[in-house]
Design a protein around this ligand. Structure first.
Ligand SMILES: NC(=O)c1ccc[n+]([C@@H]2O[C@H](COP(=O)([O-])OP(=O)(O)OC[C@H]3O[C@@H](n4cnc5c(N)ncnc54)[C@H](O)[C@@H]3O)[C@@H](O)[C@H]2O)c1
Ligand SMILES: CC(C)[C@H](C(=O)O)[C@@H](O)C(=O)O
Length: 325
């Protein structure tokens, strides 16, 4: 069977890393890619950053692989997450042997709420002096995330999860989030503990082995996963999966990297690891494991891109990954 996968390269290094991830996927499964546009360049040409056709493709495909968008990122990625009905963003942050990491013992997975919080879109300018934002938290979205988290930690690899929140200040919204997640964990007999997100930020830097799976509200997941990228060697390493009930969207955590875009030196790892998550999601577990192993081997032995202290191009690093497969 030929798998059909939608790919949306976007802007900046999105255009450089997506073709490399496609080459990796093509080397392990029979696949047809359906190309779609989104981002700053499309907005300049057409007036809209996310054409309806692209939204519809993501909303009907089993899987979509996205690169990055620039200034229009929020107009692209937030609706795309919505298009696939994603209620959780899975963000693993793992240090690899051979990569110079601040905390080489880091092995974390963030399960980020993916629909609400400060991403509600309810932001208003009420006067010259006053702007407001409505932070939305529902029990239903918190419970859906918690149910996913319980399932996620059900194997032997994990012993429950930690909720990172700020319910000491946002008593109503994060209080609701925390209470809903704890209650679902208890119903499922899943060990759960909690930490205030500011304290989490310090503790994870001092000793990341205190944590394993972290369940958090939307913005906290955004910020804390970028922080974890800093612990493991940079944004070029972090993949993610936006999972919904029937479909999913896979993307590196990083953006368009304007400081290096156009030079062919972006690290393809985050996008290739996102593709590996996609292969697993689509049921190609052996192929997914093979890609993860090949990435790990190349991170260990090189060649590596400049962000990891090497001098390989994006294509050379991908060639080495494909050679390992
Ligand atoms: N999902 C998305 O589409 C997304 C996510 C974040 C930021 N953005 C957008 O990207 C643009 C730039 O944002 P930013 O600079 O804050 O974040 P960024 O992730 O683009 O870059 C931050 C730093 O990390 C480095 N970096 C990121 N990915 C890398 C890779 N694969 N290889 C090597 N180095 C890499 C960059 O060179 C830069 O120094 C902004 O317009 C922002 O809106 C988009
Ligand atoms: C670009 C932005 C909308 C996005 C987010 O906040 O989710 C990004 O930071 C990310 O982490 O994917």
């Amino acid at each position: 069977m030929t798998e059909e996968i939608v790919v949306i390269p976007g802007d900046g290094i999105g255009k450089e890393v997506i073709p490399e991830a496609k080459r990796v996927v093509e080397s392990v499964i029979d696949v047809t890619f359906i190309e779609a546009d989104a981002g700053d360049a499309v907005k300049e040409e057409t007036g809209t950053a996310l054409p309806q056709e692209t939204y519809d493709l993501a909303a009907s495909a089993d899987a979509t692989l996205f690169g990055a968008a620039g200034e229009t990122a929020a107009d692209v990625i937030l609706p795309l997450r919505d298009a696939v009905g994603s209620f959780v963003n899975i963000r693993p942050a793992k240090a690899y042997p051979g990569v110079d990491a601040l905390r080489p013992e880091t092995d974390l997975v963030f399960l980020r709420e993916n629909t609400e919080g400060v991403y509600s879109g309810h932001e208003d300018r009420l006067s010259d002096d006053l702007s407001t934002l409505t932070r939305v938290v529902t029990t239903s979205a918190s419970e859906a995330l918690a149910a996913f988290a319980c399932d996620y930690v059900s194997g032997e690899e994990h012993d429950g999860f930690t909720i990172a929140h700020k319910a000491n200040v946002m008593r109503e919204t994060d209080g609701r989030f925390r209470d809903a997640v704890v209650s679902v964990a208890k119903e499922n007999d899943v060990p759960v503990d909690e930490v205030l997100m500011d304290a989490f930020a310090t503790r994870v830097c001092l000793d990341p082995t205190q944590f394993d799976v972290i369940v958090c509200p939307n913005l906290a997941g955004d910020v804390l996963s970028d922080l974890a990228a800093g612990l493991v060697g940079g944004l070029g390493l972090l993949p993610s999966a936006n999972v919904g009930t029937d479909r999913a969207l896979f993307e590196p955590v990083h953006g368009t990297a304007p400081d290096i875009a156009g030079n062919g030196i972006a690290n393809p790892t985050a996008t290739i690891l996102s593709a590996a998550m996609m292969l697993e999601y689509l049921g190609y577990e052996t192929e997914s494991n093979a890609v993860n192993d090949a990435v790990e081997a190349v991170l260990s032995d090189g060649p590596r891109t400049g962000d990891l202290g090497g001098n390989a191009t994006t294509t050379e690093m991908t060639d080495a990954i494909i050679n390992h497969l």
